[in-house]
Design a protein around this ligand. Structure first.
Ligand code: 5GP
Ligand code: ZN
Length: 162
């Protein structure tokens, strides 16, 4: 990433992406190729802004990925309009997946950055059919140490909502 690109991204926040950066990243991106049709995928739905296709290594059959057609790396850099369009497709696909697979439930998940398990760096949302007793566990959780810890983290998050 050039300094200029970094500056532009900082200036523009999450709303706009440096077009040069956008083009570079999308050239070698498999999900961009899937969106364009230059890499094969089992596509289930497509509109002017989004594509939904089967994940090649599903948690369960019917595990779907929804992507914006344009290349954005993650939630932070996806413009609001592209995000909303992606979410509309996610909802449409969640209902279709539930009914088609007779799922008892659906997980909707997005991994952002390696630390959160992101492997494909083109924004995508997982729609995963789930079944009673399918043996999968949710991520572990723990209680706050005390009220102060809860208060401190909430204040920091609220301060970021400018
Ligand atoms: P992430 O961990 O980045 O959220 O997940 C990436 C997902 O993309 C994985 O579940 C993986 O199975 C899926 N995937 C990776 N490469 C391909 C591909 O070429 N085609 C399809 N359909 N899915 C892929
Ligand atoms: Zn891409």
């Amino acid at each position: 990433m050039t300094n200029q690109s970094e500056d532009l991204l900082k200036e523009e926040g999450t709303r706009k992406v440096d077009p040069a950066l956008h083009e570079d990243a999308s050239k070698d991106c498999i999900f961009c190729h899937i969106a364009k049709g230059t890499v094969p995928a089992v596509k289930l739905y497509e509109d002017s802004e989004t594509v939904a296709f089967l994940d090649i290594n599903p948690v369960h059959p019917g595990h779907v990925l929804v992507i914006p057609k344009d290349h954005y790396e993650n939630v932070y850099s996806t413009p609001a309009e592209a995000w909303l369009r992606m979410m509309m497709t996610v909802q449409k696909m969640a209902v279709a997946v539930k009914n088609a697979t007779d799922a008892d439930g659906i997980n909707i998940e997005m991994n952002n950055e390696s630390a959160a398990g992101q492997v494909m760096f083109h924004a995508h949302v997982h729609i995963i059919p789930r079944f009673n007793e399918d043996g999968l566990k949710h991520w572990p959780s723990k209680a706050y140490k005390d009220h102060e810890e809860m208060q401190a983290v909430s204040e920091k998050i609220i301060a970021e909502l400018k």
